[in-house]
Each structure stands twice: as structure tokens, then as C-alpha cells.
Design a protein around this ligand. Structure first.
Ligand code: ADP
Ligand code: MG
Length: 700
């Protein structure tokens, strides 16, 4: 190996770690410090060897008399060691870890933590945690205990991922803490710390990882949870403040008669909540204070048409609108819906997505490309509405007269993206939409700057999706039922494969492909199956969906990250594998992909879990059909991190606090309100706040 090889090898190792750390959401030193243990192993009982009792979880410390690898009768390798302190000798065994004979030198001083067991008459330890003591802390006394990190204390256990163990993380965190501790300046006003009897910031960070006692771990958690929600709430207050300064916007005329004519042309009547939301939105548009509203509503509750009415009103006022969606499939779908609705009223609608798709209703493709791909401003003589993906954010896209910005599935976009798109106009009105059910208390904390409209009912005539929890032994029967159902009612089905890791990785894709092959060959050999996953190219996805939509396929096997809002009315069955891994709200969103037409639809939840809690949660899907109610329920049953889960972002958004801690939310709101008017007096807090605003957290 020459020098060059070595370097590239080292780089490879570094890269390997980084890609693994990415899965845990760790990118910076600070991220390590905020990688919060989810529990502690209590190894704080340090005992002399002669006093160790069988069954006890204990730490012993002594000298390594010998350590060697032996073969068992069956040819397995085990490592045996003898450890001696001033009272006795203890036998220790590890299994198949030959490297230990190198990492644990003879005569070294060692600290071992684990469970003592009886082997015949003798007490031994099997596979204990170990830690070589430096000569310095070899003679451990009570005061020095804090110096060990893997043994002899409360030891943090972290969320792990393949190739990143808690032990490894512990070492990194400890090193970073030692080296950077003095950079952890206190930023909370002292009055808040005192009043709430909080630990100081530096101490809280130390104690959350390496607590002196469980009480300290709890105190650290209190302090850091407060901080997390406090900063989020302050950020929303300061966004609200900034918004106030973005005056004046455009006050539109509502053109009530024309808007009514437009609505009357719909093939359905608006639901009461659609009407109410429309009114709230039109009121906002009529004011020169720019709208900043969140339209929340279950999948299928009809948010798109509401946004179309707003865009029509903008058009009537001679203004342009833009609608940004998180995926090409959704952007295409919106383009079709919106241009169908609005083109008959003379509105020119355009589409721009990453895969160089340019379309403008009633204009030839070449000209459309000209309009949408020049460096010049898009004039409102060319285009009234531009729909697209984040391709719209490109510098090349400039509007002549942008009056209304709509962001669909807003939780998928960051604050910067929202601000970039707004800056393409002069204080345009902003409507964001989401299907993620957010309990009100939570919304008030993190979206305190937004006004809320809520679509709390489904269009009339929509049948409830019949939902069943299917235990393993009924799987075969369920497959048969599905086949018959598809054949008899001429409908289609989705099968959602479980996700294996937090974000959709190649492993998830591989598992899904395997399942797809199995289903095709063994379960449904007489049906036509297709597959859709997040790693496919946009064009392939679109083709697959078109094939499915055109009924050239019976079953679409898909990974869960695929397309939140796809609208295929002929599919009436959805099967969700390993459903216990999802939050109820997520299951509800997935379920919302069927039940869009007038046929009866079905959702089958497969699970192999035997846990009573898991079954209870999933059972509630059979009776509860309201996203917000399911979110609340999950909040009670499992805590918020899980409700909002990991499906859409690949990582949890709250690191330590819980949205279900209503007392804390109250405290946070009170303190934030007090401090906000005099924020400038607290420069360190301000600085901290800036980093939060950039990262801004959303609950799913
Ligand atoms: P969301 O974006 O809220 O999930 P969409 O706006 O895509 O829902 O609407 C879902 C489907 O319901 C669309 O096919 C739409 O045309 C239809 N729809 C919307 N509002 C109504 C209504 N009031 N009555 C009947 N169908 C409706
Ligand atoms: Mg939608």
C-alpha cells in the first residue's frame, strides 16, 4: 500500500462514518451534543469482587491477570479473562471478539460493568462493558468515578444506526464535551433560570449525557426541553413580527359574483368547511396586510379547489399566482386539476418542474418552454398561474406581478424556500397547506405566526374507508379476498411495503423489490403488478403512475415515502405492511390514497406485532376516521416524536421535548411572551434564535 492509498482509505472511512451519522441527523459537533440518550444503563454500583452477588448489575475494577482466546467444543471462539482486585479474582467471558486480546492488554487496569452470574459455584461476568483505566484514574475513589464513561456510572444509551454504536457515540460526545465545554455559553436570561430552578446550559448538556444521578438526568432533560420549545416559540413570535413589517401588500377586490360563478361551475358543491376557509382566505386577500395562513385538512378534504378560488381572485385583480408542490407527481396532478378548472375562464396556467417539463395551457410546447425557461421576467400577459416543484425557486423564474404564493404540503419545505418564493413578488399573500394533523396547542407554539383555517369534514358522499387490522394467521385469507375484490369490482390496490430505516434507503428499496417479486410470483400470479419507490427517476414514477391510472395494472406495490397526495379514484384497496411502525396520523394519510371515488374502499393493516399496545393503537384505526383525532390519540399513547414520526423527513424533528407536555408548552408561552419585547437585551439568546429560525422545525 503506498501513501496515496492510505489517504484515500482514511477518507473512505471518514465518508463511511459521515454517511452513517447522517442517518442519525448528525452533521456537526453540536449535533453530537444534541443527540440525546433515550435511556441510561445503571452501572453506578461499584463493588469489590469478593462482595459481588449473583444477579446483580455491578461494576468491578481491577488488574487483568490474563486474557486469551479459546475454542469451545463446537469450534466457537470465546475470550476468557481473569481480573483481580485486592479481594478476589473474577472470571470474565466474551463471545467471538478475538480483537479483545489486543484491546485489553495483560496487566492493564480495567473497569467492567454488567450482570454477575452464577456458573456452577463460581460468579462470572459474561460480555460486560469494559473500559481500560488510565494509570491516572486506576485508583478509583468516589470522586473520580465520573471519569469513566462506559462503566461505573449511569451510562447513556443512544439511538443507534448500523455501524454506529452507543459506545462509539459516547466516546465522541465525551471528547467533544471535554474539548468544547467552554463554548457552551449560557444564553437564557438569568431570571428565567432562577425562577424555574433550571440547570445552567453547560451543566444541562453534561448531565444529559453523563449524569451524576437520575435526578440530574431529569433536571437536564427539563432544561433542554424547555429550551427547545422556547426557542421554537420565540422564532414564531419573531416571524410574526417580521411579517407585520412587510406592509403594505396588495388589497384585492373579491369580485364576489365572478367568484360565485366560478364555484358554481364545479361538478360538486363546496363543503361547509371549504366555504368557511374560502371566506377566511378571501377576507385576507382583501386586506393590504399580506395573508399568512395555514390551510389544514385531511387528505381528500379538498384543499386544492379552495386554493384555486384564491388564485382565480388574484387573476381577476390582474395578479399572478404560483403554487409549489414537493414532488413532480403532485405538481403534475395540480397542473391538470387547476388548468381544467381555470383555463375555461381564460386563465393561463403553466407548469415547471425539474425534469425540464414545461407546459402552458393552450400554448404549444415550444413557446411554453420559451416562456418558462428564459432569463426574463414571466409577464402576466404570458402566464397567470405557475405551478411547479422547487424548480420554481430558480433564479431564472421571475414574475412580473406576483400577488399570491401557495405552498402545498408546506412541511416539506424549509423556511428559506418559503422566503425565496415570496421574494419573487412584493409582499405577496401567502397560503400554505398541509394534510398533517397538528393539535391546536402544538400549532400555537410552533406556528404562532400563522392564521389557521381548518377543513374538518370530507366532501359529502365520501364513504368511510372500511379498515381492518389483519393478524398474521389471516394474511392468506386476506390475499384471496383482495384478488376476488379486484376481479369482481374492477378496482385496483396499493400495497405499501414497510420502511426499514428512517429515511428511504437502498435497504428499504431492496426489501420492497423482494416483496414485490414475492407478491408477483407467489401470491398474485394472475394479476398485473407494478412497483413504485422513491429512488426511481421522476419520469419513471410518472410513467408507472400513468400506467396504473390507465388501469393497465391491478396492484401497485410502493414504499411509504412515495407521493403524499396522489389521486387515483379507481383504487379502492390499500394494504399497509408492518403497520405498527407508523404513527396513526401517518397511517391515516396513507389510507387517504383510497376512498377518493364513490366505490366502497378498504384499508388492511398488516402486522406481525404481538404487543398489546401496538394492537390497541392499530385497532383504533378501525373506528376513528379523523386525522386530528388520531394524532391526539397517538399523542396520548406514544408521545409526540412518534406521532409525527419519521416518514416524511427521515428524522425526528423534536430532539428532546415532547409536544404532549402541555404544562411545559404553557410555561414556554408565558416566558416567551415576557421576554420577547426586550429580546435585544439578550444578545446571546438572539444569536441562538437565529440558528433556530434557519433550521426551523415542523412537527412532522
Ligand atoms: P386534498 O389536497 O385536500 O387532499 P384535493 O383537493 O386533492 O384534496 O381533493 C380531493 C378530491 O376531492 C379531488 O378529486 C377533488 O376534485 C374532490 N373534491 C374537492 N372538494 C369536493 C367537494 N366539495 N365535493 C366533492 N368532491 C370534492
Ligand atoms: Mg393535496
Amino acid at each position: 500500500m503506498n501513501l496515496k492509498d492510505k489517504i484515500s482509505n482514511a477518507e473512505r472511512i471518514l465518508k463511511m462514518y459521515w454517511s452513517r451519522l447522517e442517518k442519525l441527523g448528525i452533521y456537526t459537533f453540536e449535533d453530537f451534543l444534541f443527540h440525546i440518550p433515550f435511556r441510561y444503563e445503571d452501572y453506578s454500583l461499584i463493588s469489590k469482587i469478593s462482595r459481588v452477588q449473583p444477579g446483580e448489575t455491578v461494576t468491578i475494577q481491577g488488574e487483568v491477570l490474563e486474557i486469551k482466546t479459546q475454542y469451545t467444543k463446537r469450534g466457537k471462539r470465546i475470550q476468557r479473562a481473569k481480573i483481580q482486585d485486592d479481594t478476589a479474582v473474577l472470571d470474565v467471558i466474551w463471545f467471538n471478539q478475538p480483537y479483545l486480546t489486543r484491546t485489553i492488554p495483560q496487566n492493564s487496569n480495567i473497569s467492567l460493568s454488567g450482570k454477575a452470574e452464577l456458573n456452577g459455584q463460581k460468579i462470572i461476568m459474561q460480555s460486560p462493558e469494559y473500559e481500560i483505566l488510565t494509570p491516572n484514574n486506576a485508583e478509583q475513589n468516589a470522586e473520580q468515578r465520573g471519569k469513566t464513561i462506559h462503566t461505573g456510572r449511569l451510562v447513556p444509551i443512544y439511538p443507534e444506526t448500523h455501524g454506529i454504536s452507543s459506545k462509539w457515540l459516547r466516546r465522541q460526545v465525551h471528547r467533544i464535551l471535554t474539548e468544547h465545554k467552554n463554548k457552551l455559553d449560557e444564553y437564557l436570561p438569568y431570571s428565567i433560570i432562577e425562577k424555574n430552578n433550571f440547570l445552567e446550559f453547560k451543566e444541562a448538556i453534561e448531565q444529559i449525557h453523563f449524569p451524576k444521578s437520575i435526578e440530574y438526568a431529569l433536571k437536564a432533560r427539563q432544561r433542554l426541553s424547555f429550551d427547545e420549545l422556547f426557542l421554537l416559540h420565540l422564532a414564531s413570535l419573531s416571524r410574526k413580527n417580521q411579517w407585520k413589517q412587510s406592509f403594505p401588500g396588495f388589497a384585492f377586490s373579491v369580485y364576489e359574483d365572478k367568484a360565485k360563478d366560478f364555484v358554481n361551475k364545479f361538478p360538486f358543491t363546496l363543503t361547509i368547511s371549504q366555504k368557511r376557509a374560502t371566506e377566511e382566505i378571501l377576507n385576507d386577500l382583501a386586506s393590504d396586510k399580506p395573508m399568512n395562513r395555514l390551510l389544514e385538512g385531511d387528505v381528500g378534504s379538498g384543499k386544492t379547489v379552495v386554493s384555486a378560488i384564491a388564485m382565480y381572485v388574484a387573476f381577476l385583480n390582474g395578479f399572478q399566482s404560483t403554487l409549489m408542490a414537493p414532488t413532480e407527481i403532485l405538481a403534475n396532478q395540480h397542473y391538470n386539476t387547476i388548468s381544467n378548472l381555470l383555463a375555461p375562464f381564460g386563465v393561463k396556467v403553466g407548469l415547471k418542474t425539474g425534469s425540464s417539463k414545461y407546459r402552458v395551457s393552450s400554448i404549444k410546447k415550444k413557446k411554453a418552454k420559451n416562456i418558462l425557461n428564459t432569463k426574463y421576467i414571466i409577464h402576466n400577459t404570458d402566464l397567470d398561474i405557475l405551478i411547479g416543484t422547487h424548480a420554481i425557486l430558480s433564479e431564472k423564474v421571475k414574475f412580473d406581478k406576483l400577488g399570491l404564493v401557495i405552498i402545498d404540503e408546506q412541511q416539506r419545505f424549509g423556511v428559506e424556500q418559503r422566503s425565496i418564493i415570496r421574494q419573487k413578488g412584493k409582499n405577496p399573500h401567502l397560503l400554505t397547506m398541509t394534510a398533517t394533523p397538528i393539535p391546536r396547542t402544538v400549532a400555537l407554539t410552533i406556528y404562532g405566526d400563522l392564521d389557521l383555517s381548518y377543513l374538518d369534514e370530507m366532501p359529502i358522499g365520501r364513504k368511510k374507508i372500511k379498515t381492518w387490522l389483519v393478524p398474521t394467521e389471516k394474511r392468506g385469507a386476506a390475499y384471496k379476498w383482495i384478488e376476488t375484490q379486484i376481479k369482481q369490482t374492477d378496482s385496483q390496490a396499493f400495497i405499501i411495503c414497510p420502511f426499514i430505516e428512517e429515511s428511504e434507503s437502498m435497504n428499504t428499496v431492496k426489501a420492497a423489490k423482494k416483496e414485490y417479486e414475492r407478491l408477483k410470483k407467489e401470491v398474485f400470479p394472475h394479476l398485473r403488478l407494478g412497483m413504485l419507490h422513491g429512488k426511481m427517476k421522476a419520469k419513471e414514477k410518472e410513467e408507472m403512475l400513468t400506467t396504473f391510472r390507465d388501469k393497465k395494472m391491478d396492484i401497485l406495490v410502493a414504499t411509504p415515502v412515495v407521493e403524499v397526495g396522489i389521486d387515483i379514484p379507481n383504487s379502492t384497496i390499500i394494504i399497509i405492511e408492518a403497520s405498527e411502525r407508523f404513527g396513526l396520523a401517518q397511517l391515516h394519510q396513507l389510507r387517504g390514497r383510497v376512498g377518493r371515488g364513490d366505490k366502497q374502499s378498504y384499508c388492511l393493516l398488516f402486522t406481525q406485532s404481538e404487543s398489546e399496545l401496538a394492537k390497541k393503537r392499530l385497532k383504533s384505526m378501525e373506528t376513528v376516521h379523523n386525522g386530528a383525532a388520531l394524532a391526539e390519540l397517538d399523542l396520548q399513547l406514544r408521545g409526540a416524536g412518534d406521532v409525527y414520526g419519521t416518514l416524511q423527513h427521515g428524522k425526528k424533528q423534536l430532539k428532546i421535548a415532547s409536544f404532549s407536555d402541555f404544562n411545559l408548552l404553557e410555561k414556554v408561552k408565558k416566558e416567551a411572551k415576557n421576554i420577547f419585547p426586550e429580546l435585544e437585551k439578550h444578545p446571546l439568546l438572539l444569536e441562538k434564535l437565529q440558528s433556530v429560525s434557519i433550521k426551523q422545525v415542523s412537527p412532522d
